[in-house]
Write a protein that binds this ligand. Sequence first.
Ligand code: SAM
Length: 291
Amino acid sequence: MAQIDDLPPLREVIRRHGLDARKSLGQNFLLDLNLTARIARASGRLEGATVIEVGPGPGGLTRGLLAEGAKKVIAIEKDRRCMPALEEIAAAYPGRLEIIEDDALSVDMAALADGPTRIVANLPYNVATPLLTGWLEGPWPPFWDSLTLMFQKEVAERIVARTGDKAYGRLAILAGWRTHSEIVLNLPPQAFTPPPKVSSAVVQLVPRAEPLACDIKTLARVTAAAFGQRRKMLRAALKSLGGDTAALIENAGLMPTARAEEIPIEGFVALANALDGEGGQTPASSLSTSG
Ligand code: SAM
């Protein structure tokens, strides 16, 4: 296999720095540098791009991103034990790796963006979904040009699910409303050290230039209500929103007998706009204390 850089193999890095994997930090490391370079390539054009990486750990993906030509990688890692290993990578790529020792959930990543910015990460499973929803719910257009993220396969499928799929739900609607998303790579548990219990997948999300107009909070409310009782027809499931449910559904141009999983994203956007009183039937203010 081709060597991607002159740094030592990751097994040696882990041994030398005592980086035994900790479950509490979601540490399942990728030690095959050809694989990490492949993930880096899947994230799109890296020349001239700033890459924000969450959870570099011993630096396998970091090295892939740098070897594949990222202008700069900003790596945010919570585990202090990884710092010396990351410093060695920074020394091998002068001026191209910035290391931030912090909890990614509390870092203002928009402030780190510099020119075309991509977010690439083998995410710690315990914070993967909150990080993703944070990136998807922020101001639009976003500060990032793409997200290339490793998830447990089941979560990846919930992100890319289409109308009618078993995995179609709140996450698919948020992701599909604001981005184009697809699974670009599937990985078995054995690709990681230690191997997790489940398979993983890399999802690529690219922002839509103009998502359909609606209030994001209202969209979240209607999808929560509809999928909170996904087996029920809309006329029953949406009762929890209060107000005149029949009028709301009619104003959105939907069938009261339809179920949440049959409604395309445009349908949920129409519901959100109807709930916000576009049709004058159900102003949000009258709903906030009811139901
Ligand atoms: N990128 C490395 C790789 O692919 O081998 C490690 C990936 S491992 C799945 C997740 C990494 O995220 C670990 O290094 C872990 O210490 C780090 N991590 C966990 N929680 C974090 C948090 N809240 N903020 C930043 N890093 C975190």
